[in-house]
Design a protein around this ligand. Sequence first.
Ligand code: BG6
Length: 473
Amino acid sequence: MNRSFPDGFLWGGATAANQYEGGWNEGGRGPSIDDVFTGGSVNTPRRITIPAQPDAFYPNHEATDFYHHWKEDIALFAEMGFKVYRMSISWSRIFPRGDEEQPNEEGLAFYDQVFDELAKYGIEPLVTLSHYENPLYLTTQYGGWKNRKLVDFFVHYAKTVMERYKGKVRRWLTFNEINMLSVPFGTFIAGGMLPETTTEQDRWQAMHHQLVASAQAVRLGHRIDPDNQLGCMIAYMCVYPRTCAPEDQLTQLSMDRLHNLLAGDVHVRGAYPSYARRLLAEKGVTLDITPQDEVDLREGTVDFYTFSYYDSRCVGTKQEGDPSTGNGALGGIRNPYLPVTEWGWQIDPQGLRWVLNHLYDRYQIPLMVVENGLGAMDQREPDGAIHDPYRIDYLRAHIQAMAEAVADGVDLQGYTPWGCIDLVSASTGEMRKRYGMIYVDKHDDGSGDLSRHRKDSFYWYQKVIATNGQDLT
Ligand code: BG6
């Protein structure tokens, strides 16, 4: 059977302002939570330092400096043949504190230039409104997303940018990986809440507030421009049962529901699923849901579903000697059938086919894979070349898995691999964990001239796009 992608398939790449844009204190921008988050590594967790300390290193301040390289970078995306470019707007560039009435015009003008430049090349923007980046003031003054007031601040911000960029941006995502609030990893980066004062109840309430804010933004987005398409974004942390024991199947079912499906069910179906009550009660969580919240959720269902997919893990009864996976967000047990990356994340392309089928069976709305990729250390050769066959192998296998899912009948509309240009890692704050097809000369000690260089994967992906996924050699 011929494995092919539909005509008009949206090939592209994904980045986010917090990890890529830099210019943290330029153009009237206010500080965001990432600006007080130090660099780290696998063994040294990132630290939250409020206020920022003069002797600490903050990799997101400059990141890989899209703020001053946007023209050059968009030209490189165009050279690769991108049809779509997923990016995020930095909320604190538009509202420096987050709770103002009036936006920062200089911040709005920055993204005008970016969208105009993308249009010049026929690249469609796919814009995430909130990608792991709340204005810091909303944390220090309001305590982050456990505070319901943030719903109004976010919706005001969403309204401002959707009105301003009407006609320039038609595809929007509300919150990046909203379901990360189901695990402690998301407390600060997704919820803007300080770990030491945040309970599990707070995290779930914060997620509820974001779901309501998302629904209000979706409803508003449709009113502002009926051509707008608004989607959700879920971190799909694929889980397998550790063994064929029935109790492991039930653990898998609960984990999949709680950490992957619940948030998407609310986004797509407009109400909490029936299983939520028991699973949350077992955690001692009782959500404050108002009658108006229920109306908002019902009226703000998404047009399409997007997700990130990097790896999989096993769950169930841990046996002695079972190693854990390196991806600490959800944790889980290592799967002996799968190889791992240098950071211990399990490489599982077939899991992507499984997830795509699982989601399409459930929702029957268009899907997009908006993050996927291999974080690896790259070496620049003396002649300037960067040979990254490992990245090509990873991407090829995942594209093949997507083609299989399309053949299975899944309505898959696009693919934007993560960090198409090198940027700062979210979990470890490292530069050496690179995902890009474009190398940026920037290092973990802050050194580097920020020059851009095409990796082997750049040319490979260019060919993949040119042949609509037919030539993966
Ligand atoms: C996703 C996030 O979870 O994974 C990105 O949306 C993040 O922001 C990406 O960068 C990869 O994770 P990491 O920790 O390797 O950067």
